[in-house]
Design a protein around this ligand. Sequence first.
Ligand code: GTP
Ligand code: MG
Ligand code: ZN
Length: 307
Amino acid sequence: MQKLTHGIVIKSTGSRYKVLDEYGNTHECTLKGKFRIRGIRTTNPIAVGDNVTIDETDSVITALAPRRNYIIRKASNLSRESQIIAANIDQAFLMVSVKMPATPIEFIDRFLATAEAYRIPASLIINKSDLHSPEDEAVALKLKSVYEKIGYPSYIISVTHDINTDRIEEALKGKTTLLAGNSGVGKSTLINRLNPSLSLKTGVISEYHEQGKHVTTFPEMHPLPGGGFVIDTPGIRGFGVIDFDYYEIYHFFPEIFRASSGCRFYNCLHLNEPDCTVRKSVADNEIEPWRYKSYVSIMLEKNPKYR
Ligand SMILES: Nc1nc2c(ncn2[C@@H]2O[C@H](COP(=O)(O)OP(=O)(O)OP(=O)(O)O)[C@@H](O)[C@H]2O)c(=O)[nH]1
Ligand SMILES: [Mg+2]
Ligand SMILES: [Zn+2]
């Protein structure tokens, strides 16, 4: 006899799945049968955020509802398999820090381009403002102004000193938010602050390396007291832009895409082509040079023949 219940996957480790049912109970489940996305090989056919049907009698996931969206990454650098990080996301927040650790700029741009490609609204959190020297604060303000001008809401916060965390709380209310960022920036610390009934493991930054150590190892979804969910992800490497062709990468840099409408050639890649309004906008400082550099770097990685 089956006893079917609907639920949402809140943790996926590849073979076992934690499912929160509609009554608030959790179940450790396994999979039966085939769940595959056509055309991609994934290490986890079912991901955090998936809506599923489970059979309570043997804790098996029996059906997967269609996904509104999902975000994937390569399972590892050399692997041809992909890992679905999360599904059915309303928005993505990227957490970065100016120091301890310093987030590479290109990492930010790769993440934002990926979110654009999946049409997931993205915001930026610059954490650890309590550590800022005047120079660091200037860097943080510059990041905020550059990314807000493009259209990404940006927040300068300190979780440990409770600066502007209320604004994050507000922005996350009632939504399912993917929280990403390199290891050690403070993602799990923020989620603990937003939901004090959780006590997620957080790391200690080695002052010498200024690197986190990937304390969180699997994406996991947590309920928020004010409604909504936040998905804590392991500091993600190799994130992103895997499904896309080199000639469409500029579509995922909104300000570059806007500027490209004036280029002479419809297939301009904004490298060395004549009458390229993207390069003109970079020269005129209307497009931030580091954004253009990130674009070129991602594009050339996709198509080395232009190098
Ligand atoms: N100074 C300062 N330290 C912070 C702040 N927020 C977090 N930290 C510290 O940063 C370290 C790493 O925090 P975590 O929350 O484990 O980082 P994470 O982003 O979850 O890292 P991974 O799980 O490895 O991806 C911990 O020692 C936190 O106490 C902050 O606002 N200021
Ligand atoms: Mg963590
Ligand atoms: Zn151009």
